[in-house]
Design a protein around this ligand. Structure first.
Ligand code: K2U
Ligand code: NI
Length: 182
């Protein structure tokens, strides 16, 4: 497993708008993104995570490893489906009016201390990107938890951290029109 230095909210790279990646990808960059996917897989294995002292993650974006470019890795299972992607220059091309939030709130590998509060995001998104895993341009229609995860990573490319989306005056405010994801 390639070990990465995880940059934190105190590092400027987490607060910048990342640059588009020139395509076609170099072999090195392709391998780096594959290593990021592998890192996520390893982070979800308790033994490996303990051995390397890494926090579990379902996604990791380039700025979090100190690279201000527009790509992120995804790896998680949800409702029997595996989401394994290395997305380059992702773009949200449509989104629902309906919002959703995780009832547990969110966390972040780059934010050592969790910030309590609901993070309202689009319930549904359509995202276009080049995917390193399939070596294809993909159009992903995402709903619910998967949509939340991809938006969290997409935010990193724009220098936005999840706690910036929490209502500081009323962090646990329940929007009755939003879908609460358990
Ligand atoms: O970007 C990151 O820091 C990775 C986050 C992604 C995340 C997405 C949606 C909501 C919260 C966080 C980490 O995966 S946070 C840790 C984690 C691990 C397993 C499941 C959920 C969250
Ligand atoms: Ni994060």
């Amino acid at each position: 497993m390639k070990q990465f230095k995880i940059f934190t909210k105190d590092d400027a790279v987490l607060h910048q708008k990342a640059a588009l990646v020139s395509l076609p990808l170099s072999e090195e960059k392709e391998q780096l993104i594959l290593d990021m996917v592998d890192y996520l897989k390893c982070s979800q294995d308790e033994e490996i995570a303990e051995k390397y002292h890494i926090r579990p993650g379902v996604g990791i974006a380039a700025p979090q490893i100190g690279i201000s470019e527009r790509f992120f890795a995804i790896y998680f299972e949800d409702n029997g489906k595996t989401y394994e992607y290395g997305l380059v220059n992702p773009k949200i091309i449509s989104s629902s009016v309906k919002k959703a939030y995780l009832c547990t709130g969110e966390g972040c590998l780059s934010v050592p201390t969790d910030v309590k509060g609901y993070v309202y995001r689009y319930y549904k998104i359509t995202m276009k990107a080049y995917d390193v895993i399939s070596h294809k341009d993909v159009t992903l229609k995402l709903t619910g938890y998967p949509a939340i995860v991809f938006q969290h990573e997409y935010d990193h490319l724009d220098g936005v951290l999840y706690y910036e989306r929490i209502d500081q005056k009323d962090p646990l405010k329940e929007d009755p029109d939003a879908i609460r994801i358990e």
